[in-house]
Design a protein around this ligand. Sequence first.
Ligand code: ZN
Length: 302
Amino acid sequence: MMDSSKTTLSIDWEDFGQLFGKYHYGYESEPANGAIERQTEIILDLLSETNNKATFFILGILAKYRPELVKKIAARGHEIAIHGQNHESMFSMNPQAARKDIEDCLKLVTDITGGEILGYRAPFFSVNQDNLYLLNILADLGFIYDSSIFPLKMPRYGIDGFSEKDTLYELPDGKQLVELPLTVATYLGRKFPVAGGGYIRLMPKALVNKIFNDQIKSNRNKMIYMHPYEFDTHKIDVSSNYPLDVSRYSLRVLALNFRWNLFRNSVRFKIRDLLKQHRFITCLEKALNVKTNGTSTKLLGC
Ligand SMILES: [Zn+2]
C-alpha cells in the first residue's frame, strides 16, 4: 500500500496587511483588518469539508488582535503551534533575543488557548547551519518539534545537504527535538521547493497533483506550507489599507498587486484536491510518530 499517512498542511497564520505594513512602512504592530477572518473561515471550511486536520503556526502580533479567532481554530481540533512573536528573521537576532521572541509568543498563545504548544516554525524559515542553537532553545522550552529548515540552499534560507526526512535529533546538551523539514522534490537530479506558498500558486493543478503523487510513490516527505491570504476570495489591493506615497494606479502598485494576485484564485481548488485525495495528519502527530518509532541522530553544529 502506498504510504500516504505523512501529508501535512501547515498554515503560517499571519496577516498580509500587517506584514505588508511592517516591511514596507515600518509599522510595528497594526491591528489586522477583517480579511483574516474571511481567510481563516475559508481554510477551516476546506478542512471540515474534507474531514482533515491541519497545523496553524500562530504569529504573536496577529494573535494579540485576534484571540477569539485563535480559540476558534483550536476549538475545531486543529493543532496550534507558534510562528514567533514579531515575524523577525532569526538570522538578525542573537540567542537571547531569539529566545525572548519565542517565549513571548508561547506565553501569549498559551494564555489564549490554554493548551500545550509543542511546535515552532521560524519566520522566513530562518534556521540554517549558523543558528542551529535555536533547536537547543526550543528543546529547552519544552517543544517537541521544529519545522523551519529547508533542506536546500535558497537565496535567503535553507541548508544544502540537510536531511529531507523527519528526524529525531539528539542535541549537544542531551535534549532531543524532532525536525520536520519543508518538502523538496527531485526531478532530473535537481531539487525544487515545491510544497508551499508561491510555488503551489504558480503551478497548474495537474502538476501539483503529480508532484504529490510522486512524493508518495517514493515515500518522501510531504509538508505543505501556506498563508491565509493565499486562500482569499477577494483580490489583494496593496493600496487599500496603507498610505502609499504613490497613486493606486502607479506602476509600483499595479506591479505589486499583479504579483500578489497572480493565479491566487486557483489555490483553494488545488489545496482542496490534495485534501480530498490524501490523508492529512498534523505536524504534532507526525513528530510524535517520529519520536516513538525512530532512533535519534546526533546533530552536530548547534
Ligand atoms: Zn511567516
